[in-house]
Design a protein around this ligand. Sequence first.
Ligand code: SF4
Length: 704
Amino acid sequence: MKGTTAHKTTCCYCGVGCGVVVQKTRDGHISVEGDPDHPSSKGMLCSKGRNLHYTVMDTTDRLLYPQMRRNRQAPLQRVTWDTALERAAAVFKTFIEKYGPDSVGFYASGQCLTEEYYVVNKLIKGFIGSNNLDTNSRLCMSSAVVGYKMALGEDSVPCSYEDIELADCFLIAGSNPAWNHPIVFRRMEAHKAANPRVKFIVVDPRRTDTARMADLHLQIKPGTDVVLLNAIAKGLISRGYIDEHFIKNHTEGFDTYRLQVSERDMREAAKICGISLHDIHQAVEYIGKSKGFISMWAMGFNQSVIGVNKNLALLNLHLITGHIGKAGSGPFSLTGQPNAMGGREVGGLSNLLPAHRNLADPAHRQEVADFWGVPALNPKPGLTATEMFEALKDGRMKAIWIMCTNPLVSLPNAHLIEEALKAAKFVVVQDVSNRSDTVAYADLVLPAAAWGEKTGTMTNSERRVSYLSQFNEPVGEALPDSEIIVKFAHKMGFGHAFNYRNASEIYDEHVRLTKGTNVDISGLSHQRLRTQGTLQWPVPTMESNGTPRLFADHQFYTPSHKAQIKTIPDGNQSEPLSDDFPLVLTTGRIRDQWHTMTKTGRVNKLNQHIPKAFLEINPADAHERGIKEGDIVTIQNPRGQVQVPARITEDIRQGVVFLPMHWGKIIQSTAARANNITSDLVDPYSKEPDFKYAAVEVKKFKKI
Ligand code: SF4
């Protein structure tokens, strides 16, 4: 259209990473549509993506300039960027000098761009000398990361979305892609509609929209996933549905595993899981007879005190059937956030270094130190997401810098997080909008540029790197997150190592550091991504067109090059239920909202889907407690309370209740915040919290 400019970019919400074309008129009007050339989304966008332009055009809640408090009791007051960053540098330097580098830390987000992750990781690990950088990806994917590393030797998702159309059996476990990864699900639905032999098996205590599409819904008791998967493995082995050649030549650990899974009686397994034996046998038949078998999972698996075990149990099904590294087959973890994968590429977790190097490996530390031009890196692992807030609360950490995330609503056991933020000596919040509850606890608020106001890259669930273009100027005095961190690095006295003119130069440095690693993207640059479109890593040369599928040669990243079939305990380690707290609370997401609603909560169209928080409860549990549809109920345990209306539904199994995790004080009220009562137990390996299992009781509060 005349007078309109088109900008190709990428949706900033979920890990599907859909391509977006933004049309901008001369008078600044913005509209969005799906990018038909984007291989992940092929022109489709879900409700959140289709409404992206509203979040761009409505600037009413945006943070426009830096603000600072003179002391904790004083109000936030506008200051210049220089004043803000000089104060931050002075405070950080004082704490580092007095208490050491581990007294400070950064808590970032899977919504940060790769370049933003890279500079903050370099600053704290290379120059401040601490590994206290963790992100909300810890709440999302860390159990999958550990599972992949233990079984395959590397944090590597083998599949591509193009495998969807080549598979004939899907095991979707702890995931509701119909709502949370809608465009992936649309591809699956279309494939199933065109090929009736395609089977969906859904494992979920709730009958979600995904489960409604299933040929087989295994509505298990929460926490029994490993028992179920081991029982399916036993069935596959006993009926000869395994690939003995693959097991013999490309795996290790099968004999011990076979012994373990054979010991559990199938009938007993069915009872533990709360489903029928027939249904387990049916799952065995569907998987065993499939030519292409894909498993998909997300937070229902990862956000668990046994998240790593669940991942390993699922990976084992692929390793015993040989369904990995070939077209239409493989384990396919779905990342919740748009750049959880990119964050891991740059080493943006407290135990990682760039390009998936391990902090624990002295050779890896030296490689990175040499590259950054520093003598050595601190070998001590940094604090993870929940550990950082514990350390703030008990005074081991003094200052935290929070980037692009709202921990007061999103972390478990919110009252503890509140106490930690109050106890912290210095809190910096760098964000786009003042709809984050965490801003209230900030000593320093820094306005960040939003989607469309900056350039950079993200990597989606299928290892596909996409470019995000700028089509708007940042509002007010907002700056891109990478620029804020670079300016701060200069104020800290590290300017010599942070001389970048733009995000493209940061990306080039990140790319150089990946050379020769399993995540080699030496063939990528902003220029190439902008002109040639998206590519899946590894992309080791300019001539390479990327790698749609890993392990096609069945050579894994372990020392023996064989995948590891792990024998794992099948019990749950969540907090026990009791007479006082007999129900399992599980939390999750709704279709039209994103995380803590700081963006999607501003869009009227999206708010119409489900306007308020609610509790899902089974009719039998509601009847036992005298609860009727719409009654306000109190959901409680020793950590706190939530008060929301009840939705009585057969869709949730008896003994389990569900709360959506989006609402907090600013959007609705503190009483609607699900994390008032979630458990802060974490998986011992991944340190991912147990959001999907807390012991609670529900009582009628008052009738509407
Ligand atoms: Fe955005 Fe995810 Fe929806 Fe695609 S599926 S439009 S990436 S929210």
